[in-house]
Write a protein of this length. Sequence first.
Length: 135
Amino acid sequence: ATVAYMAWDDWWRAGGLTPVRCEQVLWDHTDDTAGQLDLLAEGPEGLELLEGKSSNWIVPKHHIQGAKYLKMGRLGRDIKTATIVRVPKSLERIDIEVKDLGDCWDFKRHEPRKMSYGELLASFDSARAMQRVWG
């Protein structure tokens, strides 16, 4: 945990961000979904949603979750962008990985893949429909 904190702290200090909300509950009244964003911060470009992950990789489902949180957050605020921030989980990978929403890695093709905000939200809606069907 100390390594993760130190890596995050170094990244945070260099970023010029000011916290606005932390662990904020969000709700989308249009489809009765809810979630809890990790951090809303004021940055040079305006409000930014930051979704922290402590995993070995940033995977597409992190982007899908971030897109839904961005949609819910935009129901009440003018949030400009969302970013996925992966903090180290082990001593083998002690770097911070930061990805703009939609800058995914295609694990089948082993190459970068850009997913639009619309594609990410459609993926969320598809997964939610599958959950309703299969339980």
